[in-house]
Write a protein that binds this ligand. Structure first.
Ligand code: ADP
Ligand code: MG
Length: 682
């Protein structure tokens, strides 16, 4: 940024303290900020043939005045001015509300240009202004800015116009000539000009194309620069595992690994062997077999002489993981221990002592693992399951418990492939995109709420076979704002419905963790057959005997979340079912329900979800590491993102990038962002 553009917006005529304050709220402090505050849309003033204009569309037309104006007043200060206008071969009506002063400007047979909403049935435009003469002087497109306070579109256009006149000449190019030529991109100054003062759509498209590429390239350079930095500045341990013993272990598993599992195991092993610290994200749909990959990695670490840790978000999950890991690893004389906050007193002391002495090989637990009192003798590998439930800080603390242990984050939240690479750019990403053979797909149906009785009949049939069911509700208790089902009421109703036949349990986020555990235990031991719950059951719970899930008001959930919920069934050998009770009003809501019934593939669903909701909603607000782009859109400009990613990879690897003057601006951006000193992006 240079000194001219870096000046406060107050150097512009017309911007005083008050306006500067409003601009500041919009994060506009300097001339540069102002010039880079781009319109979020454009008013389209191109003349159109009325035959092609849809009813209710906004349109600009030019025509000859064909009647004397008629002006009617009604009420106080209200008026309606009507004229007839000959537009091409159409004779239409134009009305102006509350603009009586226009009357004097209207002259028979003169040409005027009006903009307004087209009523195709009445052949009428309701106009909010009129220009005498032809449209030729007016721009085809006028920018519309998102504004705050007393700012007006007109004012904003004026400020930006002033800024450009006075300081436009100081706008510097940020991209090297070679890239501009390679992609035939507009130069930066031209591009900013076009964004604010476009002449036509083609120019706009070109300007946008350049800005999108630039934003993505910079973003990718930061991510990949950070990754390179992390690699080079975080020497880890080279875990020299015993391949023979590892193969023995893998061959002892009750099933052959899927190809995807093999590939991922190889990726993880390569990282562990390397002297760099592993920083890898493992994505795999529910049931794709991540646990066994974790077990293999932990075993490998052990044969290299290290301890391992597995951290999960809930006690129930910790217990389940401890169980499965013990089953897999104890035959190989490996000591796995569980540590949660409910393990107290003497037992706790023992475990901690054994851990410090190196007698416990693998520790499984909740965030209890990262408390100060927990210390390992030689921690080599940390695995977290459902890592998005952990804050960045918690992950850091755990990582620092060893010398510099390898870290593997596992998640079943499917993030679209390329987006994952984008968002977790500073991590390596592995994906298990294949299900173990013979898995039955969960049959999913969409039912309207009035079919509830039949649905319950279906549930009852499953229960009669000795199976169990989840009933999911969006809310815990009644809300006067929302007309949706709540868990407490549904629990009461179903307890009554199934009374003397089945036990109905209730689970929601407001129960204490002891209460939650008690309910989950009762369900997993089949003391409770029907579990009414909010989405708290979403994470990793495993009750293979549950074959039925009913989701109330399913349209209120995103696709990814529905898929996570659905993943609670279909975990045993029996056919499972999921019924979506929903009456979505919107087109996309209906589309979501249809897609759910059509596919069981979490990645397909996540791509769809992203497409239907856009990246902002998809990730929820403020999830770490998701950048906000000014112009670019991760979904729609996806191909540009790919291009930028590849370019960034080449640049970061090339010595040329780090020295050539051509790249000095981009280099400076990387330096300013602090990532080359190892500061995190979030
Ligand atoms: P998730 O990825 O959801 O954590 P799990 O690791 O819990 O999945 O695995 C789900 C089930 O699949 C487990 O019962 C596991 O034993 C089984 N499984 C894992 N890998 C395979 C495989 N390659 N072949 C057959 N079954 C497998
Ligand atoms: Mg799992």
């Amino acid at each position: 940024m240079n000194q001219y553009l870096n000046q406060s917006v107050q150097v512009l005529k017309g911007i005083g303290e008050e306006t500067a304050d409003i601009l500041s709220e919009m994060k506009i402090e300097t001339i540069q900020d102002l010039l880079e505050y781009f319109p979020y849309r454009y008013e389209d003033y191109r003349l159109r043939d009325l035959a092609e204009v849809q009813h209710d569309e906004k349109v600009t037309v030019e025509g000859k005045v064909h009647s004397e104006p008629s002006l009617v007043y009604y009420g106080r200060k209200k008026s309606k001015l009507t004229i007839r206008l000959l537009v091409g071969r159409y004779l239409i009506k134009v009305v102006f509300f509350n603009q009586p002063y226009l009357k004097n400007k209207i002259v028979m047979n003169e040409t005027v240009t009006v903009t307004g909403k087209w009523d195709a049935h009445r052949q009428t435009i309701t106009a909010n202004g009129m220009q005498v003469g032809t449209n030729s002087k007016q721009h085809d497109f006028e920018p519309v800015y998102s504004l705050k306070g007393k700012l007006t579109t007109k004012g904003m256009r004026k400020f930006i116009s002033l800024a450009f006149q006075q300081f436009g000449g100081f706008i510097e190019e940020t991209l090297p000539e070679s890239l501009l030529q390679k992609y035939r991109l507009l130069n930066r100054r031209e591009c900013i000009k076009v964004m604010h003062f476009p002449q036509n759509q083609a120019d706009l498209k070109q300007a946008r194309r350049r800005l999108v590429y630039e934003e993505f390239l910079l973003f990718q350079l930061k991510m990949q620069g950070l990754r390179k930095f992390e690699r080079e500045h975080s020497p880890g341990i080279s875990q020299n595992y015993d391949l023979t013993r590892l193969n023995e272990f893998i061959n002892s598993l009750p099933f052959p690994l899927t190809n995807a599992q093999k590939r991922v195991v190889n990726e993880v092993m390569t990282d562990m062997l390397s002297p760099y610290r592993m920083n890898r994200l493992l994505q795999g749909d529910v049931g794709s077999g991540k646990t066994v990959v974790a077990a293999i990695a932990l075993y490998a670490s052990l044969t290299a002489g290290f301890q391992g840790a597995l951290m999960v978000p809930t006690e129930i999950l910790a217990e389940q993981h401890a169980e499965s890991l013990k089953q897999l690893l104890e035959p190989f004389h490996i000591k796995c221990e569980l540590l949660t906050s409910s393990i107290k007193g003497k037992r706790r002391k023992e475990i901690l002592q054994e851990l410090a002495d190196g007698d416990v090989d693998i520790l499984i637990g909740t965030h209890a693992l990262i408390q100060d009192e927990v210390s390992f003798q030689r921690l080599g590998l940390v695995i977290t399951d459902e890592q998005h439930r952990f804050g960045v800080e918690q992950r850091r603390v755990l990582r620092e418990k060893g010398e510099s242990p390898d870290v593997l984050f596992m998640t079943a939240t499917p993030i679209p492939r390329t987006l994952a690479i984008t968002v977790f750019g500073e991590m390596d990403v592995s994906i298990i995109d294949e299900m173990p053979a013979g898995r039955k797909t969960i049959e999913t149906y969409w039912a309207k709420p009035e079919m509830l009785e039949r649905v319950l009949g279906f549930v009852e049939k499953e229960l009669a076979k000795g199976h169990q069911a989840y009933i999911i509700c969006p809310l815990i208790e009644e809300s006067d704002k929302l007309d949706v089902q709540n868990a407490i009421d549904v629990h009461t109703a179903l307890s009554h419905y199934f009374q003397n036949r089945y036990h109905v349990g209730l689970m929601h986020g407001r129960l204490s963790s002891e209460e939650k555990d008690a309910v989950m235990k009762a369900f997993s031991m089949n003391n409770v057959q029907v579990l009414v719950s909010t989405t708290v059951v979403e994470v990793g719970v495993n009750v293979p005997n549950a074959t039925m899930m009913v989701i109330y008001d399913a349209e209120r959930f995103g696709l990814s979340q529905l898929h996570q919920l659905r993943g609670r069934v279909g975990r045993g050998s029996d056919q499972s079912y999921c019924i979506l009770l929903a009456n979505p009003k919107s087109e996309t809501g209906q589309e979501r329900m249809r897609i759910m019934t059509e596919t069981n593939d979490g990645f397909v669903l996540s791509e769809k979800d992203l497409e239907l909701r856009g990246p902002g909603d998809f990730f929820g607000k403020k999830q770490s590491g998701i950048p906000e782009f000014k112009v670019a859109d991760m979904v729609h400009d996806y191909r540009a993102l790919e291009t930028a990613r590849n370019d960034a990879a080449v640049l970061i690897q090339s010595g040329y990038f780090w020295t050539s003057p051509e790249y000095s601006f981009l280099r400076k951006q990387l330096e300013d962002s602090g990532i080359l000193e190892g500061e995190k992006l979030d």
